[in-house]
Design a protein around this ligand. Structure first.
Ligand code: ADP
Length: 483
């Protein structure tokens, strides 16, 4: 850990009710780049999760009663502190998660931007008045914070997935308990340290880091004091947690898997499409839920697109995330490497063609070469499952209608991208695609001002934008009679 300059940001236990917890039972946090031990973190359990929920319940009355402007000031302070520590937070993130340092810095700024955004939105949590059906009545609508929010987050964005949930929850007046992914607790705990420094009161923001995901998850989805549960992760785990939430009729947001199509039409600017794909495919070594998974290219431009893409991909630098110029870091663990290898191999076994890469990279056992596969079809597992690695799989299509049908042929509906310069086609295709987010001539679509979220089995709820507070508020209707 000698590379970390700000040791105050490295914490070794959960943050509950404003205190740092210790346990004899500890778990290892390992650098995915070289498998070196980074830290041993006290493993919180279900009892700790319950303690965090009760602390959040205790803190709710005072936090929700604060004027919105006061909550906004505290959140702005948190935002400033995160940016002040951007370099240290990014370094910590790269060490435990692997992504290139430049991307990690981007994630810290991106996560912080949600805190700033919702600090501003906190002041605009407007209600409504509605014309009443009779003269002696008035109808008033207010939005109130739901209460204690519990969240479970993944390892691929260890900072931003927490920041964008917590920002909306705290801005609305809710209190918050999060269980970060076991692989990446340090970024979550560093956020808690800065929350503490920012003056977020004890119990308002809690981090429960532990290896018993199931036990902690039971508490966070079933505890009677939890009003709302927000999850980002795999569809399989999301479905299980959704069932657990059903028993208590919890409010739920689910940001689950995607299987993003990336469509290149024959009228597209091919160079721009290649650049867009590089962003949409290779960020975080392909380990994001909005990464392009199925690359559909119209037959007349297929060869030229594949050639240009191959040339661009050969320029990618695969290296430890802290190395100068690194663009592709390691995959998160051995399991991830095995899955990417298996998806690629089964596509090749079924007739796909390897154009570039195709296996582990000499940088280390968890590094995968940027890989390009051609002649993929819709029946292959690589078209049906999230690859979550730096493998680009190309498939040809002939007509606009065929592209739309291929794109929609999935149970997922998170992000889709397409490239076209025909304005009529842009509107026709955008309307027909069954996805929550559509990148049109654009490969990087996520920002705090925009609503992030999916349809179909990619989940529901929206994070960011002015819609983002909806998930954390209940609508209360006041009927004023006798006027
Ligand atoms: P990924 O494939 O990105 O690791 P997961 O859905 O497995 O996605 O993990 C996302 C988050 O869900 C992590 O914080 C993980 O610890 C947590 N998780 C995994 N299984 C369970 C479970 N049965 N109950 C509660 N949380 C879980």
């Amino acid at each position: 850990m000698k590379q970390i300059t700000c040791s105050a940001l490295i914490k070794h236990g959960s943050y509950i009710n404003g205190s740092w917890q210790q346990h004899d039972n500890r778990f290892d946090v390992v650098n995915p780049s070289n498998q070196q031990l980074l830290a041993m973190v006290a493993s919180a359990d279900a009892a700790d999760a319950e303690q965090a929920v009760l602390a959040a319940e205790q803190a709710f009355a005072a936090w929700s009663a604060l004027p919105a402007g006061k909550r906004a000031d505290i959140l702005q302070h948190w935002h400033q502190l995160i940016l002040q520590h951007q370099d240290d937070l990014a370094r910590l993130l790269t060490l435990e998660q692997g992504k290139p340092l430049a991307e990690a810095k981007g994630e810290i700024a991106y996560g912080a931007s949600y805190i700033q955004w919702f600090a501003e939105e906190a002041k605009r949590l407007y209600g409504d008045t509605i014309p009443a059906p009779s003269a002696d009545k008035r109808i008033i609508v207010q939005r109130q914070p739901v209460g204690v929010v519990a969240a479970i987050t993944p390892w691929n964005f260890p900072n931003a997935m927490i920041a964008r949930k917590a920002a909306a929850a705290l801005a609305a007046g809710c209190t918050f308990v999060v269980k970060p992914a076991q692989q990446t607790p340090l970024s979550a705990l560093a956020l808690a340290e800065l929350a503490d420094q920012a003056g977020i009161p004890a119990g308002v923001f809690n981090v429960v880091a532990g290896t018993d995901a199931k036990g902690i998850g039971e508490v966070l989805t079933r505890h009677e004091k939890v009003a709302k549960f927000s999850f980002t992760g795999s569809t399989a785990v999301g479905k299980q947690l959704l069932k657990q939430c059903a028993d208590g009729v919890k409010r739920v947001s689910m940001e689950l898997g995607g299987n993003a199509p990336f469509i290149v039409f024959d009228d597209a600017d091919i160079d721009a499409a290649v650049q867009g794909l590089m962003l949409a495919k290779f960020r975080n070594a392909g380990q994001t839920c909005v990464c392009a998974n199925r690359i559909l290219v119209q037959r007349s431009v297929y060869q030229s697109f594949a050639d240009k893409l191959a040339i661009t991909m050969t320029q990618l630098t695969v290296a430890d995330g802290l190395a100068d110029g690194s663009q592709i870091g390691p995959l998160i663990d051995d399991k991830a490497v095995a899955k990417v290898t298996q998806l690629q191999q089964s596509a090749l076994d079924q007739g796909a063609t390897l154009l570039l890469g195709g296996g582990c990279h000499s940088a280390g056992k968890q590094f995968f070469q940027p890989t390009l596969i051609s002649d993929v079809n819709a029946d292959m597992a690589i078209s049906k499952e999230e690859i979550f690695g730096p493998v680009a799989a190309l498939m040809a299509f002939d007509t606009e209608q065929e592209a739309i049908e291929l794109a929609n042929n999935t149970e997922y509906g998170l992000a889709v991208y397409f490239y076209s310069r025909d304005i009529g086609r842009v509107f026709r295709v955008a309307q027909a695609l069954q996805f929550g987010m559509v990148g049109i001539n654009e490969g990087a679509i996520s920002n705090a001002a925009a609503p992030f979220g999916g349809v179909k089995q990619s989940g529901f709820g929206r994070e960011g934008s002015h819609y983002g507070l909806d998930d954390y508020t209940d609508i209360k209707y006041l009927c004023l009679g006798g006027i």
